[in-house]
Write a protein that binds this ligand. Structure first.
Ligand SMILES: CC(C)(COP(=O)(O)OP(=O)(O)OC[C@H]1O[C@@H](n2cnc3c(N)ncnc32)[C@H](O)[C@@H]1OP(=O)(O)O)[C@@H](O)C(=O)NCCC(=O)NCCS
Length: 169
């Protein structure tokens, strides 16, 4: 996937050398909102994830176009149980939240997900009180499809997750 450029951002596939700087941005406030990014989120864990996820989707870092600052992370992965479906996820470094960066990054990645993964449906899910993440989903044109219980490996328990999705076209 060639890098995607938006007005303020560059979204590009993560590579091995991104493991340390991306891991360094993970914090408790971010981790508690994510199902599978437990603390301590180490360079080794990040490197393993980048390698694994490059095989099943588009794991991407988000950088600011002006100064190259690392802003956060956006990914899309083909669903194991349904190859016609992909799931997206995202997080933004605490210092950069509230500027609409991830909204911009995810919106730019979405059409590429449909094209490159060839899926018919893209979904995203979040804890039912994660209003910032639902704002991103709405901005992508995703609509709520209901709550499912999902396993949060980060906390070793099942949690309710409110899913949104959008269909190709
Ligand atoms: C969800 C997240 C990626 C949104 O990224 P972002 O670039 O900050 O998104 P935006 O700036 O477009 O903000 C989205 C909404 O959340 C609000 N918001 C974002 N950061 C906020 C903060 N730190 N405090 C309060 N509100 C915040 C914005 O006001 C906006 O709401 P609005 O549309 O009603 O105005 C980011 O908040 C984050 O990384 N959170 C922790 C990890 C997480 O929840 N990931 C998603 C798991 S499903």
């Amino acid at each position: 996937m060639p890098p995607i450029r938006t007005e303020r951002l560059v979204i590009r596939l993560a590579k091995a050398g991104d493991a340390a700087p991306v891991a360094g941005l993970m914090s408790k406030a971010i981790s508690v909102r994510l199902a599978s990014w437990p603390l301590p989120w180490t360079e080794e864990r990040m490197a393993a994830r980048i390698a694994e996820w490059r095989g099943i989707g588009l794991p991407c870092v988000v950088e600011r176009a002006g100064d190259g600052a690392l802003i956060g992370w956006v990914h899309a992965l083909r669903a194991r149980e349904d190859p016609d479906r992909a799931s997206m996820g995202w997080w933004c470094a605490e210092a950069h939240q509230g500027h609409g960066y991830i909204r911009e990054a995810a919106a730019a990645l979405l059409p590429v997900v449909f094209d490159r993964l060839g899926v018919s449906v893209v979904e995203a899910g979040a804890q039912p009180d994660n209003h910032a993440s639902f704002a991103v989903m709405r901005a992508l044109g995703m609509k709520p499809v209901g709550v499912r219980t999902t396993y949060a490996a980060a906390r070793g328990r099942y949690e309710p997750t409110l899913f949104h999705e959008i269909r190709r076209g």
